[in-house]
Each structure stands twice: as C-alpha cells, then as structure tokens.
Design a protein around this ligand. Structure first.
Ligand SMILES: *[C@@H]1O[C@H](CO)[C@@H](O)[C@H](O)[C@H]1NC(C)=O
Ligand SMILES: *[C@@H]1O[C@H](CO)[C@@H](O)[C@H](O)[C@H]1NC(C)=O
Ligand SMILES: *[C@@H]1O[C@H](CO)[C@@H](O)[C@H](O)[C@H]1NC(C)=O
Ligand SMILES: *[C@@H]1O[C@H](CO)[C@@H](O)[C@H](O)[C@H]1NC(C)=O
Ligand SMILES: *[C@@H]1O[C@H](CO)[C@@H](O)[C@H](O)[C@H]1NC(C)=O
Ligand SMILES: *[C@@H]1O[C@H](CO)[C@@H](O)[C@H](O)[C@H]1NC(C)=O
Ligand SMILES: *[C@@H]1O[C@H](CO)[C@@H](O)[C@H](O)[C@H]1NC(C)=O
Length: 489
C-alpha cells in the first residue's frame, strides 16, 4: 500500500490549524472575509499551497473538488460570490492567502474564545454526488484535510453512542478532531449519503462481526443513519437487530473476539480459566447465520494480546501470556496466531456454499499508546490533531502485514465468484492519534484526566474511537466499497 507522503500532509495540516484558531476567535469583517474566502477556496488554497510548497502535484483535475456556490467554481477561480445567511453577498476578488498564514494575525486573534460565526454552508459544499473517478482509485492512499462541514452527527443527535465513546459528553474540550475528512489522492470520497446507503442496501442485511471495534463501527454507522431515519430495534433470541423500514435494511452485530472457535472447556493441560482459541475452526456463532448476510464486516486483532492458549488441528501449539509446564514447543505466538485465524475465517466464508454476499475485512485498527502500552503508561493525552508523520508502531505494522498476507492467501484459495474485500484503513488511521477518547473514556465527573505528579498519564483509551470522530470515515469508505460492488465500477 502506498503511504501518504508526510510532505504532502504537512502542508495541508498546518493550514487548517491556523484557520481553526481564527474561526474560533473573535471576528470582524476582515476576519469574516478571510474565513469565507478560505471556505470557498478551501480546496483551491490547499492545491495552490501544494504547488508552492511541493514540487510535484500532478493530476490536479482529478484531485480537485467541485464546489457549488452561487456559481460553480473550479480550482483556478479567484472571483467568488457567496450568500451568507443574512442575505449579504460578499464579493471577493483575490485570495489573501498570506493573511491566512500570517502568524501574527493568528496570534492576535488566538486568545478570545466563544465566538461562533454562523455561516450557511448549505449553499457551498463539496458536490457529494459527483464522483470524480470511475470507481477504481485507491481509497487508502490520500491525506486528511480540514472539513468545515463538520461531523455527520453530534453527541446530542445520536442516541446510541456508548458512554465510553462519547468524548464530548465525557468532557473532552477540543473538538477539531471531529472535522477532518479523508481525501483519497486520486478521487473524492463523498460525505456519507444515508439515503444512498439504504438504497444500496435495500432488503439486505449487514452484519458487523468481531470485537469491540466492530461495535464501535456499527454504532458510528447507526448514528450516521439515525440522522436520516430512526431504525426500529428488534430482538430475536439474544440478538439485537436495527431495522430501517424505508428500505427493509437490517444491521446486526455478532460478537467474535478472535473470529474463530473459542472455548473454556478443559483441554490437555491448559487450565480451565484460560481461553482456548481454535485457530483452524471458524467461529460457529456467526457462521451459522452467514447465509443470511449480504454484507459482513470483519474486525479482529486486538484480542491477540490477551491471555489465551492456541490450538491447531486438535493440538496445543502456542499461547499468549501463558506458558504450559513441560508442553511441547509452543512455537505459535500471538502474531502468527492472528494470521492463521484470519485465513481460517476468510477461507470458511469464501467456501460457504450458501453465502453469496460481500465479506469485508476492516484492517487492523491502529492504537496510539505512546511511551508504553495500554497497561504500562502509554498515552494519547493531549493529541488534538492528525499527525504529519506517522510514529511507526512495530506491533501494528506486523499485525497488519499478517492480516494482509492472510487475506491474500484466502483470496487465492477462494472461488472466483466469492467477494472478499480488504478495507485497508490501517495506514490512514495511523495519522489519527487525536481520534481516541484518551482519558475521556467515561462519564464519571471525577475521573482523572491529568498527568500525575511524576508525569504519569491518567488511565485512558487510545484504541477505540470517539463518536463522532474519525471512525465515521470507515463508514464513508464502507459505503463506497458497497457502492462499487453493488453498482459496478
Ligand atoms: C466578479 O464577478 C462579478 C459577478 O460575476 C462581476 O460583476 C465582477 O466584475 C467580477 N470581478 C472581477 C474582478 O472579475
Ligand atoms: C502579517 O500581519 C502583520 C500585522 O497584522 C503585518 O505587519 C505583516 O506585514 C503581515 N505579514 C505578511 C507576510 O503578510
Ligand atoms: C441556508 O440557505 C438555504 C437557501 O440558501 C436555506 O434553504 C436554508 O434554510 C439556510 N439554512 C440555515 C440554517 O439558515
Ligand atoms: C454533548 O456534549 C456537550 C459538550 O460538547 C455536553 O454539554 C452535552 O451534555 C453532551 N450531550 C450528551 C447527550 O452527551
Ligand atoms: C441465527 O438466526 C436464527 C434465526 O434468525 C436465530 O434464531 C439464531 O439465534 C441465530 N444464531 C445465532 C448464533 O445468532
Ligand atoms: C490437520 O490434520 C490433518 C489430518 O488430521 C492434516 O491433513 C492437516 O494437514 C493438518 N493441518 C495442519 C494445519 O496441520
Ligand atoms: C445450504 O443450504 C441448503 C439448502 O437450504 C442446506 O440444506 C444446507 O445445509 C446449507 N449449508 C450450509 C453449510 O449452511
């Protein structure tokens, strides 16, 4: 997978940061003008910024976004009219880009909070229905750009945000992390269109299968869709479904920590309290109902750091945080075990006689515990914007590599008509340490959110994702993956 170049990111990221400061600062007409011109020319500015900073920025046409305003503009336009809410029309014949990047302007205005500029954005937003590619551009090679349109929902408009992911509700004071938009290099990833999603999924069932990050993604999707239609909750046995009446679309979720069979029954010398993970047997729980799903989104990886014993073909072959006494050589470690489990699960799905749907592997979700692990003082406290350069995480990299290899192996073995897809979000999301709850992981008003006397970080979650937050982008990508499949390229 090609990585977004840090150079191209740095240019883009510094711009919106200063702008954001301006936006939240006190106004004045000059400021308004600057803001508006930036809003209107967000893409153009970024493009021209690129041009000036970077020697190579080819293919600008396919990279540009179409803006709709009082008149359509393209990236070259400098004469822009825009309606404000107050029916005021401001004309603007040049882009004072230097002012926008002028640090002294920024710092002059950077200290007064609380002023909101209420600008009607509906008349100039990215033309979401416009696809600028034929459907085969690499969705995972791109960059994060600031999006003034903001998130698709808020903590107040979505009733199903888990308390642990309700970062705003839990007191997180910065909000900028909600506003970054993923921009694939060679095409435009449209803002989520709930109507379109439901239309594509008419009469169909989508199942999220996997760990707590599968739940995180499903809740994000529910929040997004909820803005368009409140689903009906249904229950069959112990299982909960969300049913969208307008298109008879069903969302559901299957818990599966490892995607393969697990048991606590006695096995050889393994103590009963240690989970036995059968790497060669797919998880029967979701496999039982697989043929009812039209789309399955698989999520796993992080449970391989937990204590367990690995069993392959009826033989104990390894363990994590557990060593048997005098038991053979335990050569399978957690990283290999992860690879085997992914291949087992995908192979079983692809060879299931009654499954005709689309199976999507959402690749390993990067965590951002810096300076330690989740339980050894790792921290993402204070991260409030995307990185310009990824801090490499050896574990993430090797888990991702294993997963991709297993995916490729499963595809090789699969029937030609089976539909296995990789949603390869690992690298783009490595840039988003700001998207995690950090210490704002619970509603407890007395929780510790500050570093201790010796600099030790408060307890925190740098693994799951805030809602709203960058995880919403997964569902924009998901919609695009589904669209490509059901609508053709
Ligand atoms: C800007 O556009 C307006 C309306 O289209 C036009 O009247 C005006 O002359 C233009 N100004 C410049 C400098 O091109
Ligand atoms: C930045 O702004 C200050 C005052 O606001 C001005 O004196 C200075 O010339 C500006 N610099 C640039 C590069 O525009
Ligand atoms: C924004 O403007 C459009 C038409 O220009 C109008 O229909 C809409 O109600 C406005 N939105 C707000 C929030 O004022
Ligand atoms: C949403 O977040 C705001 C802070 O941004 C908070 O005041 C409000 O209580 C939260 N609402 C819910 C339902 O969590
Ligand atoms: C599979 O679906 C049937 C019918 O909807 C349901 O009764 C059963 O509980 C489901 N199996 C699992 C493991 O959820
Ligand atoms: C599992 O055992 C069967 C025979 O019992 C053998 O054919 C197969 O190769 C074994 N698989 C692995 C992964 O060892
Ligand atoms: C596939 O469907 C057929 C017919 O409904 C059924 O007999 C068979 O058991 C199913 N196979 C699996 C693996 O579910």
């Amino acid at each position: 997978m090609a990585m977004p170049s840090p150079r191209s990111l740095s240019g883009v990221i510094t711009v919106p940061r200063s702008l954001f400061k301006i936006v939240v600062s006190a106004g004045g007409l000059l400021l308004l003008l600057i803001l508006i011109s930036f809003q209107l020319t967000c893409y153009p500015l970024i493009s021209s910024f690129h041009v000036s900073l970077l020697p190579v920025e080819q293919n600008r046409k396919s990279d540009s976004a179409v803006l709709s305003g009082t008149g359509n503009i393209d990236t070259q336009s400098v004469n822009i009219s825009v309606s404000l809410n107050a029916n005021e029309v401001i004309q603007h014949t040049d882009t004072p880009s230097s002012a926008i990047y002028n640090d002294s302007v920024k710092s002059d205005l950077g200290n007064s909070d609380g002023v909101t500029l209420d600008i009607n954005r509906s008349s100039f937003h990215i033309e979401d229905s416009t696809y600028l590619d034929s459907g085969n551009c690499d969705l995972y090679n791109g960059k994060w750009i600031y999006d003034f349109d903001g998130p698709l929902y808020t903590n107040n408009t979505c009733p199903v945000i888990s308390p642990k992911q309700n970062c705003q509700g839990n007191g997180r004071s910065d909000k900028e992390y909600e506003n970054w938009r993923w921009k694939p290099k060679n095409c435009h990833l449209p803002r989520f269109d709930a109507k379109k999603f439901l239309e594509l999924m008419r009469g169909k069932t989508l199942a999220f299968v996997g760990d707590s990050i599968a739940r995180n993604q499903m809740e994000s999707l529910l929040c997004i869709l909820w803005q368009f239609e409140a689903p009906k909750k249904r229950r069959k046995g112990k299982r909960q479904y969300f049913y969208f009446k307008s298109t008879s679309t069903t969302l559901t979720r299957y818990w599966s920590s490892w995607l393969v069979h697990q048991t606590t029954e006695s096995f050889a010398s393994v103590p009963d309290n240690i989970v036995k993970v059968h790497l060669d047997l797919p998880d029967e729980d979701f496999m039982e109902n697989l043929s009812k799903f039209d789309v399955v989104v698989l999520s796993s990886g992080h449970w391989f750091v937990k204590q367990s014993a690995y069993i392959l073909n009826g033989t104990l072959v390894g363990g994590q945080l557990w060593q048997p006494k005098g038991e053979g050589n335990m050569q399978i470690k957690n990283i290999d075990a992860f690879g085997i489990s992914v291949e087992t699960c995908l192979t079983a799905i692809a060879s299931h006689p009654n499954f005709t749907g689309l199976a999507i592997v959402r690749s390993y979700s990067p965590d951002h515990y810096e300076g330690g692990a989740w339980n050894t003082g790792g921290s993402c406290t204070g991260k409030d914007r995307p990185l310009t350069t990824v801090v490499r995480n050896g574990f993430t990299d090797v888990m991702h590599e294993k997963q991709v290899n297993s995916f490729v192996n499963a595809v090789k073995k699969a029937r030609v008509d089976s539909k296995l897809r990789l949603m390869d979000i690992t690298e783009p999301f490595a840039y988003r340490p700001d998207g995690h709850p950090g210490p704002y992981r619970s509603p407890d008003p007395n929780k510790n959110t500050k570093r201790g006397a010796n600099g030790e970080p408060p307890p925190q979650d740098c693994l799951h994702w805030c809602m709203p937050g960058p995880i919403d982008t997964w569902n924009e990508i998901l919609l695009e993956v589904i669209r490509r499949e059901f609508h053709g390229r």
